[in-house]
Unconditional design. Structure first.
Ligand SMILES: Nc1nc2c(ncn2[C@@H]2O[C@H](COP(=O)(O)OP(=O)(O)OP(=O)(O)O)[C@@H](O)[C@H]2O)c(=O)[nH]1
Ligand SMILES: [Mg+2]
Length: 378
């Protein structure tokens, strides 16, 4: 088989160099809707994307028309921290907002290697075949350190990335998890405005990122592996309590029977935990992302969840709570940055810290001094 050629992704600025470690694979001829003539094949009459400045109106129109190139560029705009870009992105978002909210938002977590990307590939391809438009995003806290991205480096989701109705976007790199989450949240909205009716968000199961993704999605899925005893110890009860379904992946070959008994064991534990969603019972399922067995059943569970929670009102209650939650998360983030960048605070911080460490100042008094300084000299 031919190895697909790596290419610079359409969203990476030309001058970005190594700052963008992600790449895309060569696609199928004419396989992209909304961008005729922009096949990435190396034929002579290839039309290279034109990097011209787009106006807010260009972004809005392009996204609403489902133009993938403009969608990708709109996301790049959202990911930028440059003040002018933030202004433009917010204006575009404001106009796109009425067209958002229609997708089923699904978060997928699990320890590294549990098969999240493979599962998303299997589910995504199945959904595309059913006529859905699927956007795949990643919230990857490790990318803020390595500047890499899970989807770009490790998992290419080859089959899914070739589908006409799929759009895969790696995690934005740089910044705090809070910053990455804000960008992912807005990226999700833009994808919805572009007509994607399923959004799948992969996040590696380390610490805070699951909580962040849970606060963005309707349905949260935890992928686990067999080998109950040890495996169960490794999974924090807190993460299980965030999940709306638990999937024992890699239930194929020799592993099938073991997966069944692991499922039974998880079901027993889930029985004693608080379900993540009111009125819904979190259960365990088995599947093989490799063979596709069981994947359809999991989507049926997600659809059943949607139907039941929409009926009970829990679905939209959660979305409303999520929006407000997001507002306040951003407020705290904003205040934190203002506090850290405050010249008066920065000036006294070393001394305050020293005094606390030397026992000259109590922690409470230190807080008072810092906050007073912050408020006095706004
Ligand atoms: N046998 C079997 N192997 C699987 C299955 N799903 C995934 N794998 C394999 O498990 C390995 C890890 O899969 P990934 O999909 O990259 O796992 P991931 O959870 O996305 O990993 P990170 O992104 O690194 O956190 C790969 O070698 C897959 O081929 C499955 O259902 N059955
Ligand atoms: Mg992965």
């Amino acid at each position: 088989m031919m190895t697909p050629k790596k290419q610079r992704p359409e969203w990476a600025p030309l001058e970005s160099g190594d700052a963008f470690t992600s790449f895309v694979m060569e696609g199928v001829e004419g396989g992209h809707d909304g961008m005729p003539g922009q096949s990435t094949r190396g034929s002579a009459n290839v039309i290279r994307p034109v990097y011209r400045r787009l106006s807010v109106e260009d972004y809005v129109k392009g996204v609403l028309a489902g133009n993938r190139t403009i969608l990708a560029q709109a996301i790049t705009l959202i990911e930028s921290n440059a003040p002018a870009h933030v202004e433009m992105a917010q204006e575009a978002l404001k106009q796109l907002l009425p067209h958002t909210g229609r997708a089923m938002r699904v978060g997928i977590t699990g320890v590294p290697g549990s098969g999240k990307s493979t599962f998303i590939e299997a589910l995504g391809c199945m959904l595309c075949a059913q006529g859905h438009k699927v956007a795949v995003l990643a919230v990857d806290p490790s990318s803020t350190i390595t500047r890499g991205s899970i989807l770009g480096d490790k998992t290419r989701m080859d089959a899914l990335s070739r589908k006409k109705h799929a759009f895969i976007r790696p995690s934005p790199s740089g910044g705090t998890l809070g910053g990455v989450a804000r960008k992912s949240q807005e990226t999700m909205l833009v994808c919805e405005a572009a007509g994607f009716d399923v959004v799948l968000i992969e996040t590696v199961g380390v610490g805070q990122s699951e909580v962040t993704v849970r606060s963005m999605v309707d349905f949260f899925l935890l992928l686990v592996l067999t080998g109950a005893g040890d495996e169960l110890q490794g999974i924090k009860r807190g993460v299980m309590e965030l999940a709306d379904a638990l999937v024992i992946n890699k239930a194929d070959g020799d592993n099938r029977l073991r997966a069944q008994s692991t499922k039974a064991e998880y079901d027993r534990i889930l029985h004693y935990l608080q379900p993540a969603t009111e009125g819904w019972i979190t259960r365990a399922f088995t599947c093989s992302s490799l063979t596709g067995e069981g994947v359809e059943e999991i989507w049926a569970v997600i659809e059943d969840f949607r139907e039941k929670t929409v009926k009970s009102g829990v679905f939209y209650d959660r979305r409303r709570a999520q929006i407000l939650d997001w507002v306040y998360t951003m407020v705290w983030e904003h205040l934190r940055i203002r506090f850290l960048n405050h010249p008066g605070v920065a000036a006294i911080t070393p001394k305050v810290e020293q005094d606390v460490l030397n026992g000259k100042l109590s922690a409470t008094m230190a807080v008072r001094e810092l906050i007073d300084t912050f408020e006095r000299q706004k």
